[in-house]
Ligand binder design. Sequence first.
Ligand code: NDP
Length: 516
Amino acid sequence: MTTLETGPTTNAGATFDSLDPGTGEVVGSYPVQGAEAVAETVERARAAAKWWSGLSFAERRTHLDAWAGVITRRIGQLAEVMHAETGKPHTDAQLEIVLALDHLAWAAKHASKVLGRKRVPSGISMVDHAATVEYLPRGVIGVIGPWNYPVFTPMGSIAYALAAGNAVVFKPSEFTPGVGAWLVDAFAQVVPEHPVLQLVTGFGLTGEALCRAGVDKLAFTGSTATAKLVMAACADTLTPVLIEAGGKDALLVDADADLDAAADAALWGGMANAGQTCIGTERVYVHERVFDQFQAKLSALAGTVRAGTDPGAQIGPMTMPTQSAVVRTHVLDAIERGGRAVVGGPDVVGDRLVQPTILVDVPEDSLAVTEETFGPTLTVARVRDMDEAVELTNASRYGLGSAVFSKRRGVELARRIRSGMTAVNSVIAFAAIPSLPFGGVGESGFGRIHGQDGLKEFANAKAVARRRMPALMALTSFSRTAKTDKIMATIATLRHGRGLNEPPFVSPLRLPRQAR
Ligand code: NDP
């Protein structure tokens, strides 16, 4: 939620409360930090970055592994804070932490190999030089995170940025400041020397202040609408941005798919975390030969999932109360345009609790198909073949994740989908594989967290060309001779100039003087 209107600018001493979405009780109180406080934090981070970047990869790994150790030993406590601030079940919170720990460990372990100095070929023309490339820390990274996965999502930037040798200033969502504070406190326990990871709290204006504070890169995860504001704010200082924005992921079911597995995956992909998942399934396209069978299985399974605040509920309340209104609008719009709710419907969309809803016969231009719903709903559509399924999937302006269930054509279909990531015969699997890059295309953003790409995202490539022998030919000198030019032209012709129907390149040195 963009709260520019509600957040005061530099109201010293102002605080805001984070609330339990299930009960409305206050969980904690945090300062609303304005531009001055954010600038001071970034200044401290700059000094810390000098120290942190001066450590070796191995030393940083030791610190990051120690942080992972603290998080693991106190996993129950962190999960409790997540449960209190987001309403998600304790077990889901624990799973989220475990997945984030895998990324932290991977980034710490692989940073040296991915970013460290390497020799690269210098090529025939420059054989008298040795070439090396390494990826140096950028300095201070600003990380702005959402509330829906308040550990896993920001850690995709934080862990990789720290492993790459940067200091980080983290602005969590106004709904989950306690989770952010917990992570930063745990880090300070293992790295007490310098404030390498710091927290700033507040509303949208605090985030905007971070964008304008002169950080060396801003990693944003949140809605597409806010991403545009972030880019605009960063443009003033030419601060590069990484954008992990919203999605409208589709799951495709082919005629030969394992329908039990596909229904199970669609239900979990759509309903887990009450549908508040950037890579959650929102649309399902099913081959007409198996549509009725699939829909029956999915509807039956959906009956086993219930939203509630009690420990027996599989999904919790909506974290952000205003999201329920968005879900209601999408469901009503779908029904007004001829769609049918085969499970749930408008009546089950409460203010805090939204029960699973499955919609069929929904026109493709309805809000429930085109916009991010971010609730426990699925649209399920019949397609004549998988070409149509791919075409409809790709009609979205988003392109974050996707899934394909097919025995024979899974990978082929996956490669045709315009999205950053696709799971074949499973759902969301790519997010849990640390060596795979995570990110989207189109209005889902650009840049990548996770994997080698995720590490490089937080580094500047540094290229060095070192002369290793006397020049074979003086190329970059005014002493370059006509003979050198001729040799270069001949080499270029031999290497690149062999066209089938074209006459060979003739050096201008060979042309009669008047033709030159
Ligand atoms: P928002 O875009 O509302 O907020 C994201 C963050 O941006 C919050 O910390 C918010 O602060 C901050 N913010 C708000 N306004 C500004 C501003 N003008 N300048 C700088 N920062 C600002 O998203 P949500 O928190 O509601 O998260 C849900 C969205 O995140 C969904 O669209 C979801 O798809 C997406 N998402 C994407 C993921 C991905 O990896 N691609 C992963 C997870 C979620 P505050 O909360 O204080 O307003």
